[in-house]
Design a binder for this molecule. Structure first.
Ligand code: C5P
Length: 232
């Protein structure tokens, strides 16, 4: 898979999601489905979107004991999504088990990526609540290296970290980056943001874009602007 723009479909119902995607006509964007929609609609929403021809990043961020994650990943593998993920904090053993579960599903294996540190966790919270006292940059790099050593295909990270992750883990190791805003757009609650053009320059492989597209008056034009700026 090459570079692409993934739309974060953070809607509360399948109906709302399909109504939004209907606006794109024959264009079938790569979409990210998260916990809210998956837990409320179940696997049917994945089958429906697949049937419509969308590529899907199923963002469920698994984190449990290796055996449980392995079995859950086997179930996820049977849904034929294109990308799925786990928390790198679950350890190398858990990430390897996740990969085994996906392979057992006997479908084309989805790409498996790891969340390093959530962008909602800052240095202070990490130190005080998680008792991780290393600098954030070092933690993200170390988690990315552990994901690579466990056989994963890439990480979710800030576009600000994409170049560093590629330098450490190689150009083929995917960086999937949320926190994207247009230069003239509203930042919302995202603190560390980049434009699609800057994310391209940073070497990001996939940008995940939510509100700049979903909250736009013209989502199709906003999506096409992302594609123009990110892919060219
Ligand atoms: O609306 P916005 O463009 O901020 O949406 C970004 C999407 O990426 C949301 O679905 C959010 O949950 C997700 N995400 C993020 N930061 C992370 C991981 C995921 O913003 N570190």
């Amino acid at each position: 898979m090459g570079k692409d723009v993934i739309i974060a479909c953070d809607f509360s119902s399948g109906e709302e999601t399909l109504k939004f995607l209907d606006r794109f006509g024959d264009i079938r964007p790569f979409v990210k489905i998260g916990m809210e929609l998956f837990y409320s609609e179940g696997p049917d929403i994945i089958r429906t979107l697949k049937g419509r021809g969308h590529k899907i990043f199923l963002d469920l961020k698994l984190h449990d004991i290796p055996n449980t994650v392995k079995k859950a990943m086997k179930a996820i593998g049977s849904l034929s999504v294109d990308i799925c993920n786990v928390h790198a904090a679950g350890t190398g053993k858990m990430m390897k088990a996740a990969l085994e579960g996906l392979t057992e599903a006997h479908t084309t294996r989805p790409l498996l990526i790891a969340v390093t540190q959530l962008t909602s966790t800052d240095q202070e919270t990490m130190e005080k609540e998680l008792l991780i006292r290393e600098p954030m940059k070092k933690v993200v790099s170390s988690y990315a290296l552990n994901a690579k050593a466990s056989g994963l295909d890439g990480v979710v990270c800030s576009p600000l970290e994409a170049a560093e992750v590629h330098a450490l883990c190689g150009d083929d190791f995917l960086t999937v980056t949320p926190g994207i805003r247009f230069a003239d757009g509203d930042r919302g609650d995202q603190k560390r943001v980049m434009t699609p053009a800057d994310a391209k320059a940073s070497g990001s492989d996939y940008i995940v874009v939510g509100r700049p597209i979903t909250a736009s008056d013209d989502p199709v034009e906003a999506y096409e602007r992302c594609v123009r700026e990110f892919i060219g």
